[in-house]
Structures are given as structure tokens and as C-alpha cells.
Design a protein. Structure first.
Length: 175
């Protein structure tokens, strides 16, 4: 039987390695990013944070600006559909709105490897289900949306260049 420990970041790294879950760290010392979760359409980032005496598994997805009202209208239903995963919307002026879906595990009294394994498995499944449902309703801003917008911008630029070229070669006389 696993021993109960109050996990620190080093313990979480070891447990992720035992579960064969890839992760990476950035400049922040208390965050482990989970790149395999980014394979889910619509998911922008997924990570494990140590916040005081809580392990927080969270995922971020960018929301279409036109989808804010329908998403807010459905947040209660989304949150009621899972006892452990909760979702909320983060809207800031400069950035696209973000949907944050998270699951927390209090660790003040400790956690075992088996509990962590179950927490990760359940979190991945439930977060993926929430993201999939919202993505299937076309409420998320995904990478291929950005690529198609870039293609439209390139087409517009090409049309603008063509119209400039045609005005340069046009033959009319001003009097």
C-alpha cells in the first residue's frame, strides 16, 4: 500500500514519470505543463499547480468572442454535469476570453500515489469531456481557425497588391 505524503513539486514529478505522463516546466517553479493534453482540439494549455495545500489540475481553452454569452448561459449546466471538475470564464480586455476547467485535490492531510493516479485519470477524462462538448458546439477558438484567418488575411493582401498593381498600370489621363 502506498504511503500518505504531502506532495511537493519533486514528488509530483516522480509520480508523473511513474505514470509515464510527459511534462515540462517553464520559469515558474510551481507549475508542470502537460503537453499531451494539448492534443485535444480546442485545448490551449494544461497544467498541474501546487497552490498552498491543494494540487490543481487545470486546462485552458480560448473561447470565440461571439461565444461568450452562450457559454456563460451554459456554465451552470457544465458545472452540474461533473462533481469534481469545475469551469469558469476568464475575460480580459487584451486577450481572447479563456475557459478554465479545473479539478482540485486538497493535500493538507496527504495524498498517495494511487490517489494521484486516480486524480489524474479522472481529471483528464472529465476535462476532455467538457472541452469536447464545448468544442463540438463550435464555441472554442482553435488553431486551425487561426490558420484559416491567416489564409484570409493573405488572400486580402494579395488582392490589395493586385489592385495596387492594376492602378499603377492603368492608362487614364488627368486634365
Amino acid at each position: 500500500m502506498d504511503s500518505m505524503v504531502i506532495p511537493d513539486l519533486s514528488t509530483l514529478r516522480t509520480w508523473l514519470e511513474r505514470l509515464k505522463i510527459s511534462y515540462f516546466e517553464n520559469d515558474s517553479n510551481s507549475v508542470l505543463h502537460l503537453p499531451h493534453m494539448q492534443n485535444i482540439d480546442g485545448l490551449f494549455d494544461a497544467k498541474i499547480d501546487l497552490l498552498g495545500d491543494v494540487v490543481l489540475f487545470s486546462a485552458l481553452a480560448e473561447v470565440r468572442p461571439t461565444a461568450i454569452i452562450p457559454l456563460v448561459a451554459n456554465l451552470s449546466q457544465i458545472n452540474a454535469s461533473s462533481l469534481t471538475v469545475k469551469a469558469f470564464l476568464d475575460v480580459q480586455d487584451e486577450n481572447l476570453p479563456k475557459l478554465i476547467v479545473c479539478q482540485a485535490f486538497p493535500i493538507a492531510v496527504g495524498m498517495t500515489f494511487t490517489q494521484f493516479s486516480n486524480f489524474m485519470q479522472q481529471g483528464e477524462e472529465q476535462i476532455a469531456n467538457v472541452i469536447f462538448e464545448i468544442h463540438s458546439n463550435n464555441l472554442l477558438y482553435v488553431n486551425h481557425d487561426m490558420e484559416s484567418e491567416m489564409e484570409v488575411e493573405v488572400e486580402i493582401e494579395v488582392e490589395d497588391e493586385e489592385s495596387l498593381a492594376s492602378t499603377n498600370t492603368s492608362t487614364f489621363t488627368l486634365h
